[in-house]
Design a binder for this molecule. Sequence first.
Ligand code: GLU
Length: 484
Amino acid sequence: MSSSTPISVRVRFAPSPTGFLHVGGIRSALFNWLWARHNGGISILRIEDTDRARYVEGALDQICDSLEALGIAPDEGPREGGEYGPYVQSERLDLYHQHAKPLLESGALYRCWCSPERLTKLREEAQATGVAFKYDRHCLIAANQRSETEPHVLRFRIPDAPESIGWDDAVRGRLDFKLTDLDDFVAIKADGFPTYHFANVVDDHLMAISHVLRADEWLPSTPKHLLLWQAFDWQPPVYAHLPAVLGPTGNKKLSKRDGAQSVQEYLDEGYLPEALRSFLASLGWNDGTTQEVYATDELVERFTLERIQRSPAKFDKDRLTWMNGFLIRQMPLDKLLERSRGFWPASASDSSMTYRRHVLRLVQDRLKFLSELSELTEFFFTEPDYRSGILETEADSDRYRHPTFAVCLRAARQAVENSDFSEASLEAALRPLAEELGTKTGVLFSAIRIAITGQKSAPGLFETLAVLGRETSLRRLDNAIKQL
Ligand code: GLU
């Protein structure tokens, strides 16, 4: 390919279905997706399920669902299909065997019959002398070889020359590894499954992958991969190793407490896909400006590999929550109404969309994530629960010596009785009342708020009364007065 030929970008996200996809993993998916979109390329989902012992039932579906829910579904993958499939490695075993053959013939791979017991012993001996374990090539000696029909693995023979192997990482720059540090790793296991290394390289080639964007925990594997590319005489892709995602203090692994939860859990809590995309993009990437929140097309337009940082990223869940609240506040009300489906309290089920829309308008500014909706709006749909003793406790407080809590409520009831319950008329009726009663508006309004909502903090008083309407508001005031 001449240097002027634009390469077509094909990237893959290659998770192993060993558990639920959590936020660290999906950051790799997002970066791949952004790089594909930025270049008008193709993003692929490949499931690397060759480690049968760690396979978790249901993980594949959960990975596909998470990518779809986040709006970054691949162009090719197990659900989408595509010309380069199948996209699940356990369905590609023939391909790995076909590709092992020529390497076995050329001597790049060799058979090894060593028992797990022998290997364990070698490992223990290495450990006792403090050296890194390296297979001793016992099975390269003709006298130790056995029949091909006996169970065995295929190992990759680390070449004796050159001394080192390296690459220009698109994020980390030039990296070189000494070959003497590498072990003759297994390429095909005794159960016939390839190892991660072998399948990964064969598939990256067969799927015409141009760029590998993956977490830097895979850095130590890359020299092995490059040796495989060399043995096959294939052109390797560009490697870009993404910085680790650490906890908010930047010195510890991201823990459950810091927000290391699955993508689905975030969505269930009512984090918006667009907030997650913007936040996850900032974990190890920035566009060099101080902009905090990005629309997805802005990310697509600005995402480049040069701006991926080398140092670990800090996962600050508070920042995500802030971003989410910011995007909720910006959202047109009707869109928010649509998005809040499934987050209303059960008691809202009989209420009309028009009523819910009024309620939503009052809480939009306070919502940080959608699952808060239920608690914030419960009182709009059910009678307030005074059982906590909130009325009595307030009535006892010094603020209600004179006038008393009950006097405030009675006066308020009377004042609004003839109001048309528009916000303006409620305000006109209630504002002057505090002075008439000889108390502060804050004190009076607080009594009314507690009586009609059962809680101390709620949206603006006039708006709340207007949305609840005349009948409900008067009934609640009466009930509170009765209870006192
Ligand atoms: N299967 C590896 C994982 O679980 C993929 C690493 C890579 O992208 O090469 O992350």
